[in-house]
Design a protein around this ligand. Structure first.
Ligand SMILES: [Zn+2]
Ligand SMILES: [Zn+2]
Length: 110
């Protein structure tokens, strides 16, 4: 908190919290009757918080898919996300793309 000085006698002002009114406090001078009241401004942060929650939700909403117990060829981690990808020609079987939960290495199942 910045130091305030009494405009009347130049002595630095003491700070006193007003406990009857929680949002109010005052600076006062010990040498003369000067005092300076400050009132804290209540900041309504509810709309900001709501916006942040929505952002987090939409980020989590983009799921990476289901997890499978496969061993990563790069780091040997035992769990990876998998996505099934349908190849262009209909007579070919769909391919499974794995993404390691640990190191994000991607590989496809042969
Ligand atoms: Zn004073
Ligand atoms: Zn890995």
């Amino acid at each position: 908190m910045e130091q305030l000085f009494c405009p009347t006698c130049g002595t630095f002002l003491y700070f006193k919290q007003n406990y009857e009114y929680v949002d109010s406090a005052e600076f006062y001078c010990k040498l003369c009757p000067y005092n300076y009241n400050i009132t804290k401004t209540a900041i309504d942060s509810v709309p900001l918080k709501k916006k942040r929650d929505e952002l987090v939700l939409s980020k989590d909403g983009v799921g990476k898919g289901d997890k499978a117990e496969v061993v990563c060829p790069k780091c040997s981690h035992g769990v990876a996300y998998f996505t099934q990808v349908q190849t262009r020609s209909a007579d070919e079987a769909s391919t499974i793309i794995y993404e390691c939960c640990e190191c994000s290495h991607k590989w496809r199942e042969d």
